[in-house]
Design a protein around this ligand. Sequence first.
Ligand code: BGC
Length: 754
Amino acid sequence: MSTRVNWIKAIFFICAFCLLAVAPAQAQFGMPGKPAVNGPWMNRNLSPDQRADLVIKQMTLDEKIQLLHGMGWQAIFGNPTSGPAVRSLGGAGFIPGIPRLGIPDLQMSDAAVGVALGARRSRYSTALPSVEAEAASWDPKVAYAFGALIGTELRDQGFNMSLGGGVDVVREPRGGRTFEYQGEDPILAGTMDGQLIRGTQSQHVIGDIKHYALNDQEDGRSFANVIMDKRAMRETDLLAFQIAIHESDVGAVMCSYNLIDGVYACENDYTLRDVLDHDWGYKGLVVSDWGGTHSTVKAALAGLDIQMPGDKYFGEPLKKAVESGQVPMSRIDEMVHRILRTEFAVGLIDNPSQPKVVDPMHGFKVAQYVEEQGAVLLKNADNQLPLNPSMNGTIAVIGGHADAGVLSGGGSAQVDPAGGNPVLPPGGQPRTVAAYLAQWIYHRSVPLDAIRKAAPEAKVEYNPGTDVDAAAALAKSASVAIVFAVQHESEGSDLPNLSLPGNQNDLIAAVSAANPHTIVVLESGGAVTMPWLDHVSGVLESWYPGIRGAQAIAAILFGKVNPSGKLPITFPKSEAQLPHPEETKQPKGPLTPDPNMPFFKINRRVFDVHYDEGLKVGYKWYDAENKTPLFPFGFGLSYTTFAYSGLKVTHGNALNVSFTVRNTGRRAGQEIAEIYATLPASAQEPPRRLVGWKKVGLAPGESKTVSVSVQPLYLSIFNVARNNWQMVPGEYKIWAGGSERDLPLSETIPLTGD
Ligand code: BGC
């Protein structure tokens, strides 16, 4: 035998050995690698629907039921030693697959702003800025990059389903999850969320959109019965979902905890069957929020496909309901079809992930990019900013734990801080899960260090701000004072009000009285009130700025980056301006442990929340009620200025809007040019709605023509009697400019309607 053949044999054995060695590693990660099975459904030339049906033909009823519920917290915190749960990667959810058919385990992780906490706390993931910051970029490319990074890191860690994608409209600005959502406008929110999900799914990871629907407050979220008229629902909260689902072909919708018009969202015929399924033609799966399933037959028939977590409703009871004919086998097949179809469509069966170490450098870049695009400059009196990088006076950095890190939002979205929380609560590292979830967590991106680096010749001194007088004394001796102000938000409860907590308002007032050059950097989940606004010279809203937040903030403060973000939410002057000056709270009652999350206690009493402002969400409320907010929707300053001219509105199949934007300042910058429409009076709508926008980059003196085609849907109203969208005939006024309250161009055009 020739030496060549011996070599080939040797290589063959080495390869076989390697494969055997790798196999247990894949099993350990719950990654079946290439499916061992070669059924006809593995033919990639067939459609995802055909492939799903071929698998279903092979399945027993038990196998089908197995895919319809999964494990959650018990798989994470129970340290399982036997059964399929040992394969769980410790994400928020796990559904064992069917190896004999090549159907992989579904490994789900929370991933609103990065791959979130699990039991394996030594895992590193990029902490991105908040979703609100991403939304404030108004840039679909930023949203896509944000989602793609999440998809990549989920995949690198062996997860194949995201639980991110939050798009509940910010109707209640005190909402504890505002930082996880895309703002108050359905068209902006839906567009950005759609791009985010597309990014995630580009990595062959199932994207998720949540929390469907009307989960706009956290207080009493499991028992809040939301009352809103259908037209308002369809044109506001549901429209955001409609647009995002349409743009992304998302694989999973998570139904929410709350009730809608008396019926739980996870068993609600109207939102699940009539709207999602019938009107929008959604083909993916519906998964319940954790503990959000309340029945077997009702939920299954209404359109819920997966109960998470546990098997109380969709385990044995569902099998019995099939056997007794209460749930037809055709519905079970439909549920399974939606799951398998999604797995084929997103490509996680054809492209199973190969676990590898997350690339932190790439994550840093994306996180910094998102923050630089999303931070919003709210005030810049006398062009105080940007600061001169070669300044050599004293810079007083005050408060907000700016010597340790930047704040992050809490709850299931919390990304574990690299190296642990640099700001431990009194008493040290919390011991219980509930305490861990409740603490304020900071990421080790240190503003003080970043400022020292950005201004190497300045003397940069820090004061924690706990002693207001000491902080003011430091500010007095400095050429400029930068106060970092923090407002923590977390899932599970809403903010008591929009004030900066603790002594921070007093601190800013004292510092700004001591130094006229005071700049406030806000790290907040959403809007805050600013009683000190007139006395400070600059305000930068950095949201929760993520793992490279300090670097991005310093780049903006010292002019390396020209800010271009704009507000995706309105900032009120005070709570009195809100549609509900007081939030509707759950009436007090006895607290009992939540059976699904025993470390939480809940009050099991349903109460009504009337969103009677209806269509007037966010800026639409301020317009309709003639209120002047502190900062309007769409507002954000740049270090340069822009001028608008030459509006042209034409219509063919769509409405085309074009105009010129010119950079009239001395720095290159990006402008988000916004387009609004006032509908004819007969439409009975709030005064104005956003219908399009474009972000344009301009060199000093440069002009560009912005051209946007406005989709008819965005000019329509929802006609409940016809159960359809309708464009009413009449005069439409089209506006263009730099914010909802700064629209120098307008033109009125008659449209014939439908
Ligand atoms: C949250 C969801 C989250 C799930 C799993 C729930 O409490 O509302 O957003 O995905 O937990 O962690």
